[in-house]
Design a protein around this ligand. Structure first.
Ligand SMILES: NC(=O)c1ccc[n+]([C@@H]2O[C@H](COP(=O)([O-])OP(=O)(O)OC[C@H]3O[C@@H](n4cnc5c(N)ncnc54)[C@H](O)[C@@H]3O)[C@@H](O)[C@H]2O)c1
Ligand SMILES: [Zn+2]
Ligand SMILES: [Zn+2]
Length: 344
């Protein structure tokens, strides 16, 4: 079978390797034929050698949809012919967070495509407990976007009940956009999304996020007053990873409110602990997702509550994996999601 492996930064190698055999499947495993792979921002960082937790050489690909080829004798989730997606998290099951059910922050977490091999190949074996079945008729491209959508599902579950609350999301990349769409789907009253790129804000509008603000042109404080009036906002999601962005969120949010940090900050921001205490803010983290977030994401996407179509910037064949990376590099401002089609 075909495989693409990142042997070291900027070096993708195409290899022909033996396919996993059905005879080697454990009772709880599925053999998948990978159909579509989404490329994500973190993999681009690995490609450039800028992801500190990537173990080279590594097979990339952790956002994918696939068709089931064979199943072990105890597998119930899907049968040969079904379409599925799966979580890329390998966890120990024994540490305290795992025992508490918080396996997304397992002490020994390994994520496929970063610390373990991913799915950028024709066939892939996976344990049943990480698989979610895709409903009939859902596009395979969308199936490959369940993983980033699950980040939106999880982070919006970290702020309690959003119903009736006003929400600000800073950063309208793929993740911020999905966070905002999930906040709307979870019943937030009004959602405002910010960015410094009109292109990103335009895509947000195409996805149905009506209230957008370019903070390079208008300060957050003004935008908040305009959109929410005296109502203010009660939940913030920081998805830009920029100091000025999280600072302005803290300064503008209503007292006693919650901010969820979704972004990975390349540089630690300096924040006022005095302000945090005085305003009794809750600042909370959000790490990937758990299985139920994957299920929620599949459900919301299949019901059309999450709009993914405006995200897809381009599609490439498996042979053009390296061209996809070049495309993303050359189109940083516009490229949201690029899909590798293994059937092409
Ligand atoms: N917590 C998790 O589990 C998790 C999972 C996936 C990704 N992430 C992180 O989420 C972040 C967003 O991911 P992405 O793929 O959407 O990245 P992205 O780079 O595409 O999006 C970031 C956006 O922030 C915008 N931005 C820059 N400065 C800004 C400012 N001052 N105010 C508002 N917006 C500003 C950029 O223009 C860009 O559109 C990244 O840091 C990523 O590492 C976290
Ligand atoms: Zn990803
Ligand atoms: Zn663990």
């Amino acid at each position: 079978m075909r495989q693409v492996i990142l042997t070291k930064p900027k070096n993708l190698e195409f290899r022909e390797v033996p396919s996993p055999s059905t005879g080697d499947l454990k009772d709880n495993q599925l053999l998948l034929n990978i159909k579509r792979i989404g490329i994500c921002g973190s993999e681009i960082h690995s490609y450039h050698g800028l992801h500190p937790a990537t173990f080279y050489p590594v097979v990339q690909g952790h956002e994918y949809s696939a068709q089931v080829v064979a199943v072990g004798k105890n597998v119930k989730i899907a049968q040969p012919g079904d379409f599925v997606t799966a979580r890329p998290q390998l966890v120990c099951g024994e540490c305290n967070p795992c025992k508490r059910g918080q396996y997304n922050v397992c002490e020994h977490l390994r994520v496929q495509a970063f610390q373990a091999d991913g799915a950028a190949q024709d066939y892939f074996v996976i344990d049943e407990d990480r698989v979610v079945k895709l409903p009939e008729g859902i596009s395979l491209d969308y199936g490959a976007m369940v993983e980033p959508a699950a980040v939106g599902a999880h982070s919006t579950s970290r702020a309690g009940d959003l119903a009736g609350k006003n929400v600000v999301v800073t950063g309208a990349g793929a993740i911020g956009n999905l966070v905002a769409q999930f906040a709307i789907a979870r019943g937030a009253k009004k959602v405002l999304i910010t960015d410094i790129s009109d292109i990103r804000l335009d895509i947000a509008k195409q996805c149905g996020i009506e209230n957008t603000l370019n903070v390079a042109k208008t300060p957050l404080k003004e935008g908040v007053r305009e959109i929410f009036g005296d109502g203010g906002f009660q939940v913030g999601f920081e998805v830009a990873g920029i100091e000025s962005s999280v600072r302005s969120l803290m300064e503008c949010i209503e007292k006693g409110s919650t901010i969820v940090i979704v972004a990975v900050f390349a540089k630690d921001p300096a924040l006022s602990m005095f302000y945090l205490g005085e305003h009794e803010l809750t600042i909370t983290g959000s790490m990937m997702y758990r299985h139920e977030d994957f299920e929620t994401a599949v459900d919301m996407i299949s019901k059309g509550k999450i709009n993914l179509e405006p995200f897809i910037s381009n599609r490439f064949s498996f042979e053009d994996y390296d061209k996809a990376y070049k495309y993303i590099d050359e189109n940083r401002a516009t490229a949201m999601k690029v899909i590798i089609n293994l059937d092409k």
